[in-house]
Design a binder for this molecule. Structure first.
Ligand code: GLA
Length: 399
């Protein structure tokens, strides 16, 4: 968690006065990748990296926003924000998230008031751990609360996704914002992204080694290769999924998303589909089944089976959906070489970023040392390895 005393001092110096604090977590996705915008299933958990916003209302209609990470201030005018073209060219990229969220809230009918905001993010940026969703949710709750509007976490998540889709330009699904909004300590979320209904899966209780009930940890390995999904590959994958839906709907009818497609139906249509579109679709259809299988395995504390689904998910993301990279593949391979590892896969949008690993508690130290050393040896890069607990979603925090 950010150091609130430090933020309070910075706030007083920069803007003056006593702020209120809000924080939202990043997330790791255990399984269910690129299924969210296909109406499918995902299994993320909110993790203990947070973005914190200190906020204090102003008497005018301006937002003054300072990012401590980037050491820059931007000013936004609430009167013109509804009609401003976003993303605002020439403005710092991060500020478009804040502007987008403010605009989504305004369009939703929240009567925002002017405010000073100080932002501090500790979710590693560009690592597939949803630093953008954490920024969006922390700002959304801070702005809504300051305006006296009380919105459900799910509604906040949808407004933040809308901000990212419409105003930042990434056509992301709902997973990241939903996890940052609705996360629960000690749990993962099993989200049906078509209905946005979700179930809490007790991780701490169920992640136990089958042999001796030793605790099993979520360990995240950061390749330190930055992803660039906004750069087009992410949106291109989404278009390919939409092409598949168009084609299959033309043949079978009543296909509104890849969620409506079975593996048999897909195999039967393979001959009429471009290979790349077929493979993208196969990933999504099989990944949905893997999430359901993994949830069942977790309910039975069968971590061996859960891990098999993770490895299969990684192979499919590498070969069919083609969103992995050499460093992620290497990280997963290194994990398989170590005793006490149940499963490993890339997590999030890919093209760099992180892997998520299930590791027996008593193997974590050895895992971290060996993976770190072998990764450095093979790539010349330092990796970061985090042992993560799952945490609650966005909230106001006491100063
Ligand atoms: C990014 C997006 C999510 C999701 C994942 C891939 O994190 O923001 O909506 O599509 O990629 O599963």
């Amino acid at each position: 968690m950010s150091d609130l005393a430090m933020l309070r001092g910075e706030f007083a110096q920069r803007f003056g006065g006593e702020p209120a604090f809000y924080q939202a977590p990043g997330r790791v996705n255990l399984i269910g990748e690129y299924t969210d915008y296909n109406g499918g299933f995902v299994m993320p958990a909110a993790i203990g990296f947070f973005t914190t916003v200190a906020i204090r209302p102003r008497s005018d209609r301006r937002l003054r926003v300072h990012s401590l990470n980037i050491a820059k201030t931007v000013e936004l005018d609430l009167e013109t924000l509804r009609t401003t073209q976003l993303p605002r060219r020439g403005q710092p990229h991060w500020s478009n998230y804040v502007a987008g969220v403010a605009r989504s809230l305004l369009l939703h009918g929240v009567d925002l008031q002017g405010a000073d905001l100080l932002i501090h993010g500790e979710v590693p940026i560009g690592s597939g751990l949803s630093s953008s969703a954490a920024l969006e949710l922390a700002c959304a709750l801070a702005l809504a609360d300051t305006a006296g509007a009380s919105l459900e976490p799910q509604t906040l998540a949808l407004l933040c996704q809308q901000a990212e889709n419409q105003f930042v330009g990434t056509r992301c699904g709902i997973m990241d914002q939903f996890a940052s909004a609705c996360g629960r300590a000690g749990h993962a979320l099993l989200i049906d992204c078509r209905s946005t209904e979700y179930r809490l899966l007790p991780l701490e209780a169920q992640m136990r080694s089958p042999d001796d009930l030793a605790a099993v940890r979520l360990v995240i390995c950061n390749t330190e290769v930055r992803h660039h999904h906004a750069s087009g590959e992410y949106n291109r994958r989404r278009e390919q999924c939409e092409l598949a839906v168009q084609y299959l709907n033309g043949i079978a009818g009543s296909v509104t998303s890849l969620r409506d497609v079975s593996l048999e139906m897909l195999q039967a249509q393979r001959g009429g589909m471009k290979d790349v579109i077929f493979r993208r679709s196969r990933h999504v259809v099989e990944e949905n089944a893997r999430v359901e299988g993994a949830a069942q395995a977790l309910a039975e504390s069968n971590l061996g089976r859960f891990g098999e689904y993770m490895y299969a998910s990684h192979r499919s993301l590498r070969d069919d959906f083609e969103v992995s990279c050499l460093e992620l593949d290497l990280m997963v391979r290194l994990a398989t070489e170590i005793d006490g590892v149940y499963g490993a896969r890339m997590t999030g949008g890919g093209f760099g970023g992180c892997t998520v690993n299930l590791v027996r508690d008593d193997a974590v130290e050895r895992f971290s040392a060996l993976v770190g050393e072998r990764y450095r040896h093979a790539t010349g890069r330092e990796s970061q390895i985090y042992v993560c607990g799952s945490v609650d979603g966005v909230a106001r925090v006491a100063a």
